[in-house]
Design a protein around this ligand. Structure first.
Ligand code: PEP
Ligand code: CO
Length: 461
């Protein structure tokens, strides 16, 4: 998904010791599905192991070098997409609408920040979900929790909730279809800066934000024409962008089956995605997820919640990044608007004093989830934007840099989060609530947040 496939390798690291793609299997493991038929699972994993990878090691290395630049303050990371992709939503209009939102947001960010944006989708494999309980009970009936389409179905029936290994193959195939379509769009000129109208979403003509956005597009168009007039030619690099993928490295059998060696490079790569991340619930130092991630050469994201101490974070980094490799670690803090002022500063100071290269990213979504009186899981736009604003202030105060944002969003016209320019209310949630897991920002709310970041981050430079 990147044009610059031949990049300088970043090679300061040693091969991890006593690690194999399956060494996680002897560590304590949480958040895994219990398959009723082990032989069936093994057979499916064997097939998955023999299928082509979804990304290449060149792309993974390219992303790592872009993240290294982001750590050095030269880029900003925009990571976004669904909380949980579903097989049913693997449809062209859903994929292209999500791409449109991310492209529009990145345009707004580049305009405000005046530095390149690294675009990473939470897509093409975000099919497995951690759950707070193994079982779900409704009206006295208990069934296994829905763990994402990679594992089982969301319907509350016994047959849907039984983990089915065939879903691993379907998840792999849908990830491949998603990536194939995204690559085709990007390579075909969809992201061309000469044609930002390609990314317009039809239902937003009357958006309260449209005027500001169109003004930005206009001024970028002027800049492009100015540059090309000076250069005396059309600038090719404005016709396409890099796009990378990410998902939570949660289902370890799936991740292991896509972990590969490649010719002329040492070590192992997870080739199911460019940027796997470790979720907050699977962050135990001696746990299977940390063991798995320490051995792969991809850049790694780590979700950092309010329960993690500075000591625990530093020990985690000793294991996951023993060589202080540029681009290796992205720390995604998700504290909640009311917790961030207390919990973030000690972590920032500890990492700053350790001299470790990390990219700090704010996820203002996962610490701000609440239930409404009419039974919806939602998030308030004010809490999301409030956490983000606090994050900028706290980083500035600690002498660190907020280098990115991690969001749950969609290009669909959903009503899942409250507030925003259109002031969505609890009653609006009944109209278009589609997420199977967490509530996402819709197009307008996403753009509003991008404008806020563009303004804030621009002010700080
Ligand atoms: C998520 O990103 O969807 C998620 C579950 O996040 P966290 O691990 O931060 O709770
Ligand atoms: Co989520």
């Amino acid at each position: 998904m990147t044009s610059k496939s031949v990049n300088k390798p970043l090679e300061p690291v040693r091969e991890p010791t006593a690690w194999r793609p399956d060494s996680w299997q002897s560590c304590p493991v949480t958040q895994q599905a219990t398959y009723p038929d082990k032989a069936d699972l093994d057979q499916t994993l064997e097939q998955l192991t023999s299928l082509p990878p979804l990304v290449t090691s060149w792309e993974v290395s390219e992303l790592k070098s872009q993240l290294a630049e982001a750590q050095a303050g030269k880029r900003f990371l925009l990571q976004g997409g669904d909380c949980a992709e579903t097989f049913a939503e693997c449809r062209p209009e859903v994929i292209s609408n999500r791409l449109k939102v991310l492209l529009q947001m990145s345009l707004v960010l580049v305009h405000g920040l005046k530095i390149p944006v690294v675009r990473v989708g939470r897509f093409a494999g975000q099919y497995a979900k951690p759950r707070s309980a193994d079982m779900e009970t409704r009206d006295g009936v208990s069934l296994p929790s829905y763990r994402g389409d990679l594992v089982n179905g969301p319907e509350f029936t016994e047959s849907a909730r039984v983990p089915d290994p065939q879903r691993l193959l379907r998840g792999h195939a849908r990830s491949a279809m998603t990536m194939n379509f995204v690559r085709g769009l990007i390579d075909g000129g969809f992201a061309d800066l000469h044609h930002p109208e390609y990314w317009d979403l039809s239902w937003v003509d009357h958006s309260p934000l449209a005027v500001e956005y169109q003004r930005m597009v206009g001024s970028i168009g002027d800049a492009v024409r100015f540059m090309e007039t000076i250069a005396g030619r059309r600038v090719g690099s404005l016709q396409r962008v890099d796009f990378f993928t990410s998902h939570e490295a949660l289902h370890l059998h799936y991740e292991q089956a896509q972990t590969r060696k490649v010719p002329r490079k040492w070590g192992w790569f997870n080739l199911s995605t460019h940027l796997p991340w470790i979720g907050m619930r699977t962050i135990a130092l001696d746990g299977a997820h940390v063991e798995y991630c320490r051995g792969i050469r991809n850049p790694i994201g780590i979700k950092v919640g309010p329960g993690l101490s500075s000591d625990a974070l530093l020990r985690l980094l000793d294991v996951l990044d023993p060589d202080l490799e540029p681009g290796r670690i992205t720390l995604i803090h998700r504290m909640g608007a009311s917790n961030i002022a207390e919990h973030l500063p000690p972590l920032l100071k500890a990492i700053r004093d350790s001299g470790r290269p990390v990219l700090w990213v704010c996820d203002p979504m996962h610490g701000n989830t609440e239930a409404t009186s009419n039974g919806f899981k939602t998030r308030r736009f004010d809490n999301i934007s409030g956490e983000l604003k606090s994050a900028f202030d706290i980083h500035a105060h600690c002498g660190t840099r907020l280098g990115g944002v991690h969001l749950e969003l969609t290009g669909e016209n959903v009503t899942e989060c409250l507030g925003g320019a259109r002031e969505l209310t609890e009653t609006d949630l009944e109209r278009a609530y589609k997420s199977t897991v967490d509530p996402r920002l819709n197009y307008e709310q996403s753009m509003e947040l991008a404008m806020l970041i563009g303004r804030r981050a621009g002010d700080m430079q």
